[in-house]
Design a protein around this ligand. Structure first.
Ligand SMILES: *[C@@H]1O[C@H](CO)[C@@H](O)[C@H](O)[C@H]1NC(C)=O
Ligand SMILES: *[C@@H]1O[C@H](CO)[C@@H](O)[C@H](O)[C@H]1NC(C)=O
Ligand SMILES: *[C@@H]1O[C@H](CO)[C@@H](O)[C@H](O)[C@H]1NC(C)=O
Ligand SMILES: *[C@@H]1O[C@H](CO)[C@@H](O)[C@H](O)[C@H]1NC(C)=O
Ligand SMILES: *[C@@H]1O[C@H](CO)[C@@H](O)[C@H](O)[C@H]1NC(C)=O
Ligand SMILES: *[C@@H]1O[C@H](CO)[C@@H](O)[C@H](O)[C@H]1NC(C)=O
Ligand SMILES: *[C@@H]1O[C@H](CO)[C@@H](O)[C@H](O)[C@H]1NC(C)=O
Length: 305
């Protein structure tokens, strides 16, 4: 199938959505977290590898006497395939105060991903491909006390990431082992936390409101809706489009090869022409010699009459 490319680009810019929803399978257990203490945790590894962003059901066996309302922590082990933050967990677990997300390929946190958890105090997002964090991330979660962003690839941190939070309440902040910063504070020392926040602003500058024109940062100007597809038919359309573009690309590549081949032949021909030219020159000089000889013979006193 071939598509007019301009039309497709128009569609993409209109925001394509995929609507694959999914069921999360929980391992329920209790655990104890730094600073906030005991939590009842849903830990999950059955994250889909593509598309879906909306959790439409949760399964798994609760510990005795527990139910969804007792769940205070969600732990997601992304297995290096998860590229988006699942939404609507709070429809099943309304009392979440801690979130742990590890081993994902998520690169950007746009800011509204955790708005559905206003009671959030503990946010751990480590061992992932994160490069960019929006200033808006904690706008709807003012109770934050622990923030872990260690072992990512962070390059840009929104200037106002910590502005909505009360720095005297913050206990632990980890930005160790990242690209633009390698530092953490773990004793609730407010002076040290303020200094870390200032270091972030200096070394990982990112002003969400004035994104630069590079492709990576301009991503943050698009809304989340543009990043997730909720319409399978449009996704199929784009897949087909991609296929036909690959086809065109391959076609161009074979054309390139053909041109190369022709150029080689041309070169060969040029060499042959040169050889022929030399031969002609050679013959011409012999002809001239013959002519001179003939002239000499016909004008010689003993010439044949
Ligand atoms: C959701 O999961 C529960 C088990 O936790 C199951 O009983 C229920 O049928 C599921 N609902 C849907 C719509 O799949
Ligand atoms: C994690 O990914 C690996 C390879 O990508 C796969 O073999 C393994 O089954 C996955 N584990 C889970 C729990 O999905
Ligand atoms: C996610 O939750 C919100 C709020 O409850 C709801 O409006 C929305 O329809 C849900 N999305 C899906 C796909 O279920
Ligand atoms: C994500 O990070 C892992 C581990 O550092 C790395 O192997 C992988 O190539 C990264 N993926 C992307 C898409 O950058
Ligand atoms: C910030 O937290 C401290 C310690 O909990 C509290 O005393 C102070 O009133 C809070 N400030 C604001 C503006 O909420
Ligand atoms: C708090 O951090 C500041 C700056 O890092 C340091 O000078 C100070 O000694 C620390 N205070 C305590 C009680 O650790
Ligand atoms: C998906 O997109 C197609 C093409 O724009 C449209 O006809 C269809 O109604 C959409 N389906 C949904 C569920 O939005």
């Amino acid at each position: 199938m071939k598509f007019p490319i301009l039309f497709a680009i128009f569609l993409i810019s209109q925001g394509i959505k995929i609507s694959n929803s999914f069921t999360i399978n929980c391992d329920y257990r209790t655990n104890s977290l730094l600073v906030i203490g005991s939590v009842y945790l849903c830990e999950t590894t059955n994250i889909p590898t593509s598309s879906g962003i909306t959790v439409t059901n949760v399964t798994g066996t609760h510990l005795d006497g527990k139910n969804n309302n007792d769940v205070t922590c969600v732990g997601i082990l992304g297995n290096w395939t998860l590229s988006f933050v699942p939404r609507n967990f709070s429809n099943f677990f309304p009392n979440i105060k801690a979130i742990l997300i590890v081993y994902t390929t998520i690169e950007t946190l746009f800011g509204d991903e955790f708005d559905e958890f206003p009671q959030l105090e503990y946010f751990a997002f480590y061992y992932s491909n994160l490069t960019t964090i929006s200033s808006k991330l904690f706008e709807k979660t003012p109770k934050m006390v622990c923030v872990f962003f260690g072992y990512n690839m962070i390059e840009r941190v929104g200037h106002d990431l910590f502005t909505p939070l009360n720095v005297t309440q913050l206990q632990r902040i980890y930005f160790d082992n990242n690209r633009c910063i390698n530092r953490y504070v773990e004793n609730g020392n407010t002076t040290a936390i303020i200094s870390l926040i200032n270091e972030l602003r200096e070394k990982c500058p990112f002003d969400d409101e004035f994104p630069s024109t590079t492709t990576t940062t301009s991503l943050t100007t698009t809304t989340n809706e543009n990043l997730f597809c909720t319409n399978k038919s449009i996704e199929d359309f784009v897949c087909d489009l991609k296929d036909s573009m690959i086809e065109v690309q391959e076609n161009l590549m074979t054309k390139d090869e053909k041109i190369e081949e022709l150029e080689k032949k041309l070169l060969e021909l040029q060499v042959q022409i040169q050889i022929k030219d030399q031969k002609i020159e050679n013959i011409e000089s012999r002809m001239q010699w013959l002519e001179e000889e003939m002239l000499r013979l016909t004008t010689h006193p003993c010439a044949c009459k």
